[in-house]
Ligand binder design. Sequence first.
Ligand SMILES: [Zn+2]
Length: 295
Amino acid sequence: MTRKARNRRRWIAAAAVAALAVVAVVVTVAAVSPGAAPPAARPATRPLAHPRRAARRTPLVLPSPLSRRVVHIPILMYHRIGPLAVSLPAITRALTVPPRTFAAEMRWLAGHGYQAITQKQLFGALEHGVPLPRRPVMITFDDGYRDVLWNAAPVLARLHFPATAYVVTGRVSGRDPSFFTWPQLRTLERLGVEVGSHTVHHVELPRLSDSAALAELTASRRALEAHLGHPVQWFAYPAGREDLRIVRLLVRAGYVLAVTTQPGSLQSAAAPFLLHRYEVLDTTGVRGVAAFVGG
Ligand SMILES: [Zn+2]
């Protein structure tokens, strides 16, 4: 064998090892990511090959009558996770948690025995009494800012913490680069962050007629399901504005859980569309988060 041929062989062997390593990492990430569902990225038209996966994708149905259970589950609401630039408008600043602070908050939760749960776990615990981890907490992000993908999802994946991002579907893959694209949402789901609806246009629903509000609810859900390839039944009210008329429309639109901006951690199975949340701001910090989940 010539020296050139030997070098070439070595190079091919090294490339093969590198390729295997990449496959191993991808498989490991997929295996350890909490709530990671590899089929989530498949287009809606693709047939479901595995019966167990098909079963998992069946839409959830609320029991009738609803359970009367009350469960202590703090739900945290974040918006942006990014650097606090001085140039940011005051409102944006307040809604932005620096990546280091976010990581410290998540590490504090994990270090104190808290385990983040999925929407399905919340649904099961509320409506059917399915046991939860001893200290459950739910992590949510509103509005669909893409900095969640860079600055929050990796931290959450390392801690095996699932989370939910409620997105405004009219902004996805739009002109404003602050918001997610559809491929990014699929990546986000693979990292363990589920996607829920926050309407199409981020409008205050009680201001709308029945038909206009219902259109916001159904069109956003349909768009998410078409792009993500599985049922999407979680909702967050824009600006936290809700009333019982809108709750009835959520039922009609096929949702099963909705979060408000009313603080509190006692969640009632009889009111699955009025779940309480604590808003985490730039000034909240580890102490504030600790007070929320302990209170
Ligand atoms: Zn919002």
